[in-house]
Design a protein around this ligand. Structure first.
Ligand code: PLP
Length: 537
């Protein structure tokens, strides 16, 4: 056990380092102005059995201290962002490396206070802004173990077991997606990066068809690259195109239907309109759009992509979680036809960020990322089985994010996780009904997965955008409620974007009653904001 008087540098058996102890500066004034004596101390490290016990104890003490200061009013700290940020800076002290350390407990206590007193509380039932769940305790505990071990997945000798854990989790996810026996995958730092890697593999696929070596010679040999996705696809598709040298102009937005799903006939027309002067790189379908949870019609889209021999990527960052529920899994029918799939388990999967994976139907696609590096994966080591996952990733050092996922899958099973997904879907349906029945609110998009998009109805329609934006900030400032916003362009030519509110419901402990109260608070904030806006006008 470390004691309350612990310091990061303590006397322990084990390798000794010579450094001044952090409390040496507290020592009584030295005789004859000599510097304080250096002590020979061992640094507590996490990756040993003993170190883990210290981690657990330190977290326990910091958490208990911080709980005392938690803000009970709502999911956010009350006050303006400026005030919050300056409070935090005051707590951390001057922006310079302190000469002397505080010791483990004091440092953790400070950080915990900052996070709890001035941070967000995602487990609060009125935290409903983003695809950002309160993570499961088992996942955070497993992530702590993974951090303590600090394995890196690039080579066998920097990971050993963690490689098998990732492969196991990838196998489970690919199985849920129905991608077949040749499927493989890799964890990435987020859905945006999974999409980037998918498009990198797709670019390689398109280049090989043209006989172009993109890795060596760049993208000049790929004239007029085209990536087709719906008009409400995630912006990371555009960013990926820019990053990969295809340019954002490569993205051709395909129109959506009234439920924000890509129209397959429009996709077919767009692909048919391309000639030999174009390079079709990929069709990107979305299974669970970020705002609406809408799922593009995957079987029809897959058929169009196959007719044209174009890579089909399905961005299921959000929607993949529906596969955990027998009731909702059917919404992702056709996913098995994808060449690659993005999965974010830090959304509908209750993992701490990040826990994203790129799955591919054919492991051979990873050839685009092959790399042999003398100090990491020489061929003879690899042939002898001492190989890691360097050749599947753009990263070298790579966190074992799959560990927390493995623990979660084992702890809850499909049944447990599926019930959580269903509960959140039910909450969204409940909110949808409440909104539809509320005279001051207007439903903008129905609950496909676990989000609902709506609007506060102002007496004067000209004030609607301004009031909806301002009422959300009013709630943020009060710290009372965390609701999302977005802009929606209604169907029809020439229509203007409208500012809307959004509930993203990922809390399996939230009750319908909590939502009733939250929506009532939104209406109250709307009434107050509208009155203030009119008064100011
Ligand atoms: C969240 C999201 C992404 C981006 O994922 P990050 O993990 O935030 O990088 C991509 N696509 C969709 C559909 C998403 O909802």
């Amino acid at each position: 056990m470390i004691t309350a008087a612990d310091s990061p540098l303590q006397n322990r058996s084990g390798p000794a380092v010579t450094e001044p102890g952090p409390r040496d500066h507290d020592a009584r004034p030295g005789t004859r102005g000599e510097p304080p004596p250096a002590s020979r101390v061992a640094v507590p490290l996490a990756g040993t059995g003993h170190g883990l016990a210290e981690v657990a104890a330190a977290v326990t003490r910091a958490a208990c201290g911080a709980l005392v200061t938690r803000h009970p009013r709502g999911p956010l700290p009350a006050g303006d962002p400026d005030a919050v940020l300056s409070d935090v800076t005051d707590t951390l002290g001057p922006r310079a490396l302190p000469e002397h350390g505080l010791g483990t407990d004091a440092a953790l206590h400070r950080v915990a206070r900052v996070l709890v007193e001035h941070g967000i509380e995602l487990g609060h039932p009125w935290a409903a802004a983003h695809l950002q769940p309160a993570p499961l305790a088992v996942a955070v505990a497993a992530d702590t173990l993974a951090s303590a071990g600090n394995a890196s997945l690039d080579t066998y000798d920097s990971a050993a077991s963690a490689i098998a854990v990732e492969r196991w989790v990838i196998g489970v996810l690919a199985g849920l997606a129905g991608l077949g026996d040749a499927a493989e995958g890799v964890f990435t730092p987020g859905g945006s990066l999974s999409n980037l890697m998918a498009l990198l593999l797709a670019r390689e696929h398109a280049a090989v068809r043209r006989g172009v070596d993109v890795r060596r010679n760049g993208v000049a040999g790929l004239p007029n690259p085209v990536v087709l996705c719906s008009s409400v696809a995630h912006f990371s598709v555009h960013r990926a195109c820019a990053t990969l040298g295809l340019g954002e102009a490569a993205v051709r937005p395909v129109p959506v239907d009234q439920r924000w799903r890509m129209r397959p006939e429009a996709l077919a027309a767009a692909l048919a309109g391309l000639d030999g002067g174009h390079t079709p790189v990929a069709v990107v379908a979305t299974a669970g759009t970020t705002d609406f949870g809408s799922v593009d019609p995957l079987p029809e889209i897959a058929e169009v992509a196959r007719e044209h021999g174009t890579w089909l990527h399905v961005d299921a960052a959000y929607g993949f979680g529906a596969l955990l529920s027998p009731r909702l899994a059917g919404r992702l029918a056709g996913l098995a036809l994808a060449d690659s799939v993005t999965v974010d388990l830090h959304k509908l999967g209750w993992q701490p960020a990040s826990a994203s994976a790129l799955l591919v139907r054919d492991a051979a696609a990873f050839a685009a990322l092959d790399r042999s590096v003398a100090y990491l994966n020489p061929a003879d080591d690899a042939a002898a089985g001492y190989d890691g996952l360097l050749g599947r990733s753009l990263q070298t050092t790579r966190r074992p994010d799959a560990v927390k996922v493995a623990a979660t899958l084992l702890a809850y099973g499909r049944r447990g996780l599926g019930q959580m997904v269903e509960h959140c879907h039910d909450l969204a349906r409940h909110a949808e009904r409440w909104i539809a029945a509320a005279p001051r609110l207007e439903l903008v998009a129905p609950a496909e997965l676990t989000t609902v998009v709506f609007r506060y109805r102002t007496a004067d329609p000209a004030l609607a955008d301004e009031v909806n934006a301002a009422l959300r900030r009013r709630l943020l400032r009060s710290g009372q409620a965390l609701v999302g916003r977005t802009a929606v362009r209604p169907a029809g030519p020439g229509s203007a974007e409208r500012t809307c509110l959004k509930l993203t419901l990922l809390n399996p402990n939230t009750t319908p009653r909590d939502l009733d109260d939250l929506l009532a608070a939104v209406v109250d904030a709307g009434v107050a904001t509208e009155a203030a806006t009119k008064g100011a006008a």
